[in-house]
Each structure stands twice: as structure tokens, then as C-alpha cells.
Design a protein around this ligand. Structure first.
Ligand SMILES: *[C@@H]1O[C@H](CO)[C@@H](O)[C@H](O)[C@H]1NC(C)=O
Ligand SMILES: *[C@@H]1O[C@H](CO)[C@@H](O)[C@H](O)[C@H]1NC(C)=O
Length: 459
């Protein structure tokens, strides 16, 4: 879950109406590939951390996020590792000839960016293969001019503002993109050819994919060991510069993914699919409308109406789920956040309901950051934990399996993997752990989210 700072959100938002699809109107070789589907394997990379370690960082990121929406002048920066826990990675081929790059798939941000290098000769000596995009090894790389319309879609570094002159020939579009934890990527906003193997085995190309060529990258979530060797981020948000928006018109403005349970050994492959996927599981697809937030064009919001524990409706005021007139609140579906966050008052009710129903001992020395943990030593086989169900707008219900909200923090210790939204004005997040085992289909044209418990087995 990554988030751009307020100013950026506002810039993007104000520009969205006039220049929505300004980027993707650039020349493309094929008009429509509605019959094609891009099927990109998603790799789960989680070598060091367990989902429980993600927590402090997730929380920290959210708190920055809240500050952002409240437009506090000083954004608190967080330290410490984030990311590693529970991220999904996807390979993007950029350039001519294509260079493979490993990116984090993130529905919580818009920009596609990769680490770039200007290295020309003997690059392998200083740059391990595929550790960055070698600009000078591609024949199709080009820069946006700072006066291009596309350049207005990306946030510019501060000192650069006003420096753009249409007459100056070599005045590249610079960008600087910030995430919720204070991490920053900056460099040139460029264009490249990207290639894919479609699901039918055909090689597809897309010219002029607008992306950030990152030369300066800093912060815990985008560099260092916690980035897990990734070379960038693929923003899958709803804004005009995201991967989905740029390629969407070729593939029916739809994408879907299935995040499979990565605790299974060997872990099954998950896929990100761009386009209209026909799967048998779709017949059992449930739908809820995607809502928009006037303050942020990036996120995929859904509406929660009620929460049930073992089919008993909890007395949570429906208004805690609303997006208010300032753009606070609401619930987003985010592939880049591990845990699930719900409003404090709802969280208290869920905790109370679980405590009433489960009479198991607490473990000695309860894990930090979790409010509800059980010592399940000796009873694992017959263990039955209460069922959590979210009733959604559109009269559908999301009923995750127990493993999506109870996680093993150590042997014989299970904890409820829900977190309260830290401060007022924050919003709720359905994280990737909660999404496991479901096929999620983001239908941007119809503005709806489909989900199916059986769809995953088919892809
Ligand atoms: C397409 O598939 C071939 C054969 O598996 C592989 O060598 C190539 O790298 C793939 N290209 C892309 C762009 O994914
Ligand atoms: C869980 O319970 C078992 C059996 O009572 C005990 O031996 C073990 O130390 C407990 N584990 C924790 C983490 O509390």
C-alpha cells in the first residue's frame, strides 16, 4: 500500500478529468486486443518476514496516510523495514530488445517505475543482470518533454517547478513520487515499448508505456533488503498513469488476480490477468460496486454494510464505513498491504464477538501488535474458529476462510490478523492476506469488483 502525498493527489485529481487517458492515447500498434488476455505470474516473495512482522510497518504507513489526507504540514516519516512481508511481484519486459524487470504489483498506487541505469559498456560488472533497466541498451527509449501533457500527470520535484520552457529542446519531464512511509522515487518520466506473451501465446507489444525511469530512490519501502530485490513498482491504481489505465483500453478495462495461499509448500503460482478472463469460477462471481473518492483517484473503494461473526450481525453503526465529504473513511482493496484495517469501533465489536465465542488460552507472552491470540497447542486438528463475513453494498457477501484472518505467528499460536485504523479520518483496507484464495476482478468500465471463491482453481 503506497500512497502519494496530498499535493500530488490533488494535482492528479484536478488533471484527471481533462487528461484522463492522455497517456494511453499515444500511438499503440493494435487498436484492441479484447480477445487477448495478459497472464502475468505473480511471485510471492517473503524470505525474512512473516505477516505478523508486516504490522508495525503497515500501521506506520497508514498513519502517514492519514496525516496526508488531513494535510498536515509536516509528514511524519517512519523508519524501519516495511514491504517484504506479503508482497506480490510481477515481471515487466521493457525496451527493445526486452529487458525483464521484477516489480511489486500494487493496486494502492498509480505510477509504474523502474530503477534505471545509464551504464553503456560492461554493465554486468557493476550491475548484476536485471538489477536495473539499462536505458542505453534499448532502441525504443524516449523521454517525455516537460511540456507534454503526459508530464502534467506526474508530480514534479519542487525546485523544478516553473523551469519548463516549451521552446527548450532538451527539457525532459522529471518526476518525484512519494509513498506513505516517506519513500521517494525520482528521475525521468519516459516512454518505452513493453512486450508480453498473451495467454494465447502471441507476442504483444505496447508502444509508449509511460513510466518513471528512477535514478534516485530512497526510503525503506523502495530500497534496501526489504524491497526484496525488486526493481520498481507496477501501479495498478485507478489514476491516469497506472498500468491498468494505460493498457486497459486494449483489454476491455478489466484486470483480475488470484492471490493463492503462500503458506502452502510449494507455493502455487498466482496470476495477474489483464483483460477479460473467462473462467468457470466466474459463474459464481459476486459483485459489489467500486466507489470513487473525490480526494483520491487512485484507490479502489468498496462499500461495507455490515459485519457478521458466525452469522450474527454485529451492532456496528453503518456510518463508520462511509467516505465523508473530506474524503476520509471508506474501504479500499489493496494488493500492496498485507493486513486488514477496519475502523476502531468496528474492530472493538469484532474482538468482543471473538472473545465471547472462543475459550482458548492466551499464549505466554502474546505477540506484540496483536490484540487477540490463542495458544492452540494440542487442539489444532479440531480447531474451529468463528466465521467472519462482510456484507457489501450490492447485496453480496464476502466470506473469507478462517486462514485469511487468523495467522500463525509462531508454532501453536494463532492471532487475529485485523488491525484498527489508527486515527480518525483514516480509511479501511482489505489487505492481500484477506484476499487470498479468491479471484478478484476489477471491472473499471462497469465500476464493479467481482470476487469468486472458486475462480482461483481455474487459473
Ligand atoms: C515469452 O515466452 C518466451 C518463451 O517462454 C520467453 O523466452 C520470452 O522471454 C517471453 N517474453 C515475454 C515478453 O514475456
Ligand atoms: C501453549 O500451551 C502448551 C500446553 O499447555 C504449553 O506447553 C506451551 O508453552 C504454550 N505456548 C505458549 C506460547 O504459550
Amino acid at each position: 500500500m503506497f500512497l502519494i502525498i496530498t499535493i500530488i493527489i490533488i494535482i492528479l485529481f484536478t488533471l484527471t478529468h481533462i487528461s484522463h487517458s492522455a497517456v494511453n492515447r499515444h500511438n499503440t500498434t493494435v487498436v484492441s486486443d479484447n480477445h487477448h488476455v495478459l497472464k502475468l505470474p505473480l511471485h510471492h516473495i517473503n524470505p525474512l518476514q512473516s505477516p505478523s512482522d508486516a504490522i508495525s510497518s503497515d500501521t506506520a504507513r497508514l498513519s502517514v496516510l492519514l496525516a496526508t489526507l488531513h494535510r498536515l504540514p509536516n509528514l511524519p516519516l517512519t523508519s524501519g523495514a516495511y514491504a517484504g512481508a506479503g508482497q506480490y511481484f510481477v515481471t515487466l519486459h521493457l525496451g527493445t530488445p526486452p529487458q525483464p524487470l521484477l516489480l511489486i504489483a500494487d493496486t494502492g498506487s498509480d505510477l509504474i517505475w523502474v530503477t534505471c541505469s545509464a551504464c553503456r559498456n560492461d554493465c554486468a560488472a557493476t550491475r548484476p543482470p536485471h538489477s536495473s533497466f539499462l536505458v542505453r541498451h534499448s532502441d525504443s527509449y524516449s523521454l517525455h518533454h516537460c511540456f507534454d501533457r503526459a508530464c502534467k500527470l506526474v508530480p514534479q520535484p519542487r525546485p523544478n517547478r516553473g523551469a519548463c520552457k516549451p521552446t527548450r529542446l532538451h527539457s525532459p519531464c522529471r518526476y518525484e513520487y512519494s509513498y506513505a512511509d516517506g519513500s521517494i522515487t525520482s528521475g525521468f518520466f519516459a516512454k518505452e515499448t513493453t512486450s508480453f506473451n498473451s495467454s494465447t501465446g502471441k507476442l504483444l507489444q505496447h508502444d509508449s508505456l509511460a513510466f518513471g525511469c528512477g535514478f534516485k530512490i530512497s526510503g525503506p519501502s523502495v530500497s534496501g533488503p526489504s524491497f526484496n530485490g525488486a526493481q520498481g513498482i507496477m501501479g495498478l491504481g485507478r489514476g491516469p498513469i497506472s498500468f491498468v489505465t494505460q493498457l486497459g483500453h486494449r483489454f476491455g478495462n478489466k484486470f483480475s488476480y488470484c492471490l493463492k495461499d503462500y503458506t502452502i509448500a510449494p507455493p502455487p503460482t498466482s496470476y495477474l490477468m489483464i483483460g477479460n478472463v473467462a473462467t468457470a469460477g466466474k459463474s459464481k462471481m459476486l459483485y459489489t460496486p467500486l466507489k470513487t473518492n473525490p480526494i483520491s483517484s487512485t484507490f479502489y473503494y468498496i462499500g461495507i454494510k455490515d459485519v457478521y461473526v458466525d452469522n450474527v450481525k454485529l451492532p456496528i453503526s453503518p456510518s463508520v464505513w462511509d467516505i465523508d465529504e473530506l474524503g476520509n473513511g471508506g474501504t479500499i482493496v489493496d494488493s500492496g498491504t498485507t493486513l486488514t484495517f477496519i475502523p476502531e469501533s468496528a474492530y472493538r465489536h469484532v474482538l468482543a464477538a471473538f472473545r465471547r465465542r472462543v475459550k482458548l488460552p492466551a499464549p505466554a507472552g502474546s505477540p506484540a501488535n496483536f490484540d487477540l491470540c490463542y495458544n492452540v497447542s494440542g487442539i489444532s486438528r479440531r480447531l474451529s474458529l468463528p466465521r467472519l463475513r462482510f456484507k457489501l453494498v450490492g447485496n453480496s457477501a464476502f466470506s473469507p476462510p478462517v486462514g485469511n484472518y487468523f495467522i500463525d505467528t509462531s508454532e501453536d499460536v494463532k492471532c487475529l490478523a485485523l488491525q484498527p485504523v489508527a486515527s480518525t479520518g483514516g480509511f479501511s483496507v482489505i489487505g492481500n492476506l484477506m484476499q487470498q484464495g479468491f479471484l478478484f476482478e476489477f471491472d473499471i468500465e462497469r465500476s464493479q469488483l467481482g470476487f469468486s471463491r472458486t475462480g482461483c482453481s481455474k487459473s
